[in-house]
Design a protein around this ligand. Structure first.
Ligand SMILES: Nc1ncnc2c1ncn2[C@@H]1O[C@H](COP(=O)(O)OP(=O)(O)OP(=O)(O)O)[C@@H](O)[C@H]1O
Ligand SMILES: [Mg+2]
Length: 211
């Protein structure tokens, strides 16, 4: 029986793979579907906190240390974590989460990051139903994405079917401290919908469906 909020962590041993962008947009989809959502910023650089300063995010962002208090006021907590997170801390995140999402850019940095992160999780006794890779920065119909997916599944790392396209719109959103859906371009709306599909799959996975 689930008691307390749904907890999703976004993590990778590697930096710059789209953790904060993913945490913000997954939290936004959960919030806009009517849940009371908290984004817990676990990065000492506090990128997500800076993003919230624009005042246009539909959920609060608090430092992760604030979690001890008042967490029951939320239906869902999304935790953004720091690049290069220490192994023990990563396993702790997994143990306190319903699911740990590993953003993976389709290049050696992202793939290595996801594979190594999954290995640390496995070594810490975290089962493969508790973590899933998310392909980010995907070029439409890109071979790299297909090869990356193949590589990860050969390593036994589960991957979400939905992925996130590569687009300048994400940088524009972060620079303007708004969600990508607030960027006025068609491609930005597609970027927003990509995270909608990802959020739906995350919820399905937590409910017990196969990725
Ligand atoms: N799908 C995407 N397409 C293009 N650029 C993206 C995409 N997702 C994220 N970015 C950009 O890539 C950079 C890194 O993204 P982000 O900050 O989300 O990564 P991170 O894993 O949180 O990094 P860090 O390890 O430093 O915390 C940012 O400039 C962001 O705007
Ligand atoms: Mg970050």
């Amino acid at each position: 029986m689930q008691t307390g909020p749904l907890v999703v962590s976004v993590a990778s041993l590697k930096g710059g793979v789209g953790k904060t962008t993913s945490a913000i947009h997954i939290a936004a989809h959960l919030a806009l579907s009517g849940r009371r959502v908290l984004l817990a910023d676990g990065d000492r650089i506090r990128t997500a906190t800076a993003w919230a300063r624009g005042g246009s995010l539909p959920f609060p962002v608090l430092p992760i240390t604030a979690l001890a208090r008042g967490v029951s006021a939320y239906d869902a907590v999304v935790m953004d974590t720091e690049g290069g997170v220490e192994n023990g801390k990563l396993v702790e995140y997994a143990q306190t989460s319903d699911l740990i999402v590993l953003p993976t850019s389709p290049d050696i940095n992202g793939l290595d990051g996801a594979a190594q992160t999954a290995e640390v999780l496995r070594g810490g006794g975290v089962g493969p139903q508790r973590y899933v890779a998310l392909m980010t920065m995907v070029r439409p119909a890109g071979m790299k994405d297909i090869q990356a997916r193949k590589g990860l599944s050969e390593l036994g790392v589960p991957i979400l079917k939905a992925g996130i396209r590569i687009s300048e719109a994400f940088r524009d959103a972060s620079n303007a401290a708004v969600l990508v859906r607030d960027i006025r371009s068609e491609v930005a709306q597609r970027c927003w919908n990509d995270y909608g599909a990802v959020t739906a799959q995350i919820l399905a996975l937590i409910a017990g469906d196969q990725p």
